[in-house]
Design a protein. Sequence first.
Lengths: 284, 272
Amino acid sequence: MVWAVPGLVFFLIFAIAPMAGIVYLSFTSWDGLNAPQFTALDNWSRFAGDSQIVQSTIVTAALLVGNIAVQAPISILLGVWSAGRQRNRAVLSAIFFLPLLLSTAATAIMWRQLLDPNFGVPSKLAVLLGSDTDPLGTQNGAIACLIIVTSWQFIPFHTLLYQGAARAIPPTLYQAASIDGAGRVRQFFHITLPQLRNTIITSTTFMVVGGLTAFDIVLLLTNGGPGTDTAILPFAMYQTAFRTYDYGYASAIATFLLLLATGTSLVLVKVSGYDKMTSTLEGL
Amino acid sequence: MRIRPNYVAGLAAVVWLLIIGVPLYALLNTALQPQSTYTDGGPVSLPSTVTFENFVTVVQSGFPLYLWNTFLVAVLTVAIVLILGIPISYAVVRGRGWLTRGVFRLFLLGLAIPSQAVIIPLFLVVNGLGLYDSLWGIVLPTAAFALPVSVLVLSGGMRDISVSLYEAMALDGAHPARILRELVIPLSRSSIATTCVFTALQAWNGFLFPLIMTQSDETKVVTLGLYNFVSEYEANVPALMAAVLMSAIPILVVYLFARRSLVMGLMGAGGK
């Protein structure tokens, strides 16, 4: 057990203690210069009546659901496809991997230019789309763009997870199914998908955590706009803390985000049985 | 077993190739154009004039230093995660009882802590340690938030080591440190590789910690450099695209020369 102590202390200082800190700060008023003033539930009563928070939560949820709905099916299909050992699949897979080499900041900046209404793709497609088409100009458009760009960047990663998992499926299962006359589609639904169960859970966990923490993409692609239409919770928190220096209220938003994330992860852990701590080799 | 070619999937793959390829082509194409032709032709035109002046602009604005800083952050973060994460995982896998389970649960929980949610107190911690505006101010929080995944991956790998091997070594009178060095580390090489790749990519991709924890030009990492570059060269799209490309060059080099380990490493993050 002593082996865990240094890492545990480190983790307590940099991750767990700040959690306690944020909960405490949510009960204070603080401008970052003077000492925090304890204001009891002031922030929270403001929080409860803040329409921006409601909107931020809805947008956060919309992005989360949209991202999973787009990324999961595509990456499962691509992953299974690229698990095949054919030469052309290997070559294409190597290209499909490329978006992963760009950081989120780089991806967002690249797409921002491509989507630019004056110089980007929309301006060249004016014949088709009509002039003055700004894909980021409306709330729905901006949300769609955020989902598309996030998917473009992260589908390669999830594809990779599924590719690895699909290769680990015992081929005898498929041979048995073929002998029984099961076609490709039936094999996919009755062998591949059930066998990918664990990876689906892992990959979805990554998407959920990533979705709740998507901040840089919003800052760089839409800057929360138009207006505050895409100010997801982390972004709203960042604005409140580091643009208007209202650290107390920002802490209340952060605490809410924390509860949301922890709640979601507890559900996922329960569903996945991660905490059972057993080797996957057991029973073989 | 004979393989029938799957035409539907093949067609879908070509469509996906376009979705991936066209933006990347636009990126490369724009970065190699002078600004004048970009304004006329737009991002996906055929290249007419090729120039490298955009890259010169990027280099002169300090990108080599930013890349070096990012490299340092990545290396230090990986080192800390391995030094702390391997012993934790060893303790979690070999330990028994409620305390061990508690430690493991704590890290599972940590998986879900959004770094944004704790950034304000974290800033106070870093500031209190006198690490504000230093690379360590980025490294330490990044390492702490990379630990949960690493512990999960590492302990997953170590759990697959057969118990009889541990017993055999213990019978020979080996103490835990020797078991760790001679049995556990060599046999969990693939999960260690996964941890390295995954942590390095996280450090590489990090944006929030550098944004909050650093300020001066000397400590700027490449993601932040890009962010500032945008406000400085807003109108010069080809230079922006050149900066985007340049920020990816180190990883591109790794990808070209060690594609297998990079891909295998990331794949391992999915567990089995």
